[in-house]
Design a binder for this molecule. Sequence first.
Ligand SMILES: NC(=O)c1cnc(OC2CCCC2)nc1N
Length: 331
Amino acid sequence: MSERKIPKEVIEEVERLREEIEYHNYRYYVLNDPVITDEEYDRLMRRLIELERMYPELVTPDSPTQRVGGKVLEGFKTVKHSVPMLSLDNTYNEEEILEFDRRVKKALQEAEVEYVAELKIDGVSIALRYENGRFVLGATRGDGIEGEDVSENVKTVRSIPLRLRKPVTIEVRGEIYMPVDEFKRLNDEREEEGLPPFANPRNAAAGTLRQLNTALVAARRLDSFIYYVVHPENYGLKTQWEALQFLKELGFKVNPHSRLCKNIQEVIDYWKEWKERKRELDYWVDGVVVKVNRFDFQRILGETSKAPRWAIAFKFPAEQARTRVLDVTIQ
Ligand SMILES: NC(=O)c1cnc(OC2CCCC2)nc1N
């Protein structure tokens, strides 16, 4: 069949709808500050779905219509990480975090070292690749060297942009998590269906990302926080704090509670504050991730095969297992 000529105004309308819909996804899911009603948003999406159905050759992998899922995959391809996805060593108390600070200062021969303190989101690590600002790959951590290509499922996470606000080629990393109220709703649903409940939001997020039916993933509300730029020097970034700002400018959802600390004492103060305040959050956190702020210092400190020497997890005390039975006070 000869190539059907698609009217220019159709191509223009499709492109405009894509930009507009992705902009509203950004406003709603990243900024939590929508500027149109749900009805207006649905009307835009329905119009784009209709045009893509009339002209399937116009569909692109980064079209917002791909966010509603509908594919059932055979399996996930394996993908090699550009640089290993490292894990974190753990510390559990002030004495151990002070020891980390001493080790860092000794290796750097520095008297003062700035840190970035970030809430440790209890979710699933994810690597995201973009080419000229367009989403091309989402991969799980796997064994740190290789992960699974879960791109089709990642596209359903509304806070993960399909197109960046700058046309950069970049890889970023972060956490995909399930908000607590979605976790509760999902477990209620599973109980009604006679399915076993998920033990915690992390397992629920991991289990969802492993689904081969993307419509099912789209029906569950996963969210994200991005915290890492691969090869930050390629973008003129000198510190982790600058990297977090850059990620925000690109359109990623970045955790608003991260704090630049001028010394380890401020890190300890931050940890003490959030050990108490974490109940205010609608996602689970299991501690604080402490990172040396300057990238030149990170390069000097380097990594072991498993974890960086320039970052560490400062865990909150484990909560005693929540008893389902209400505490009964003896009258
Ligand atoms: N769960 C988190 O919130 C989290 C995890 N990891 C990192 O940093 C990686 C970057 C290099 C080693 C650890 N930061 C975080 N905030």
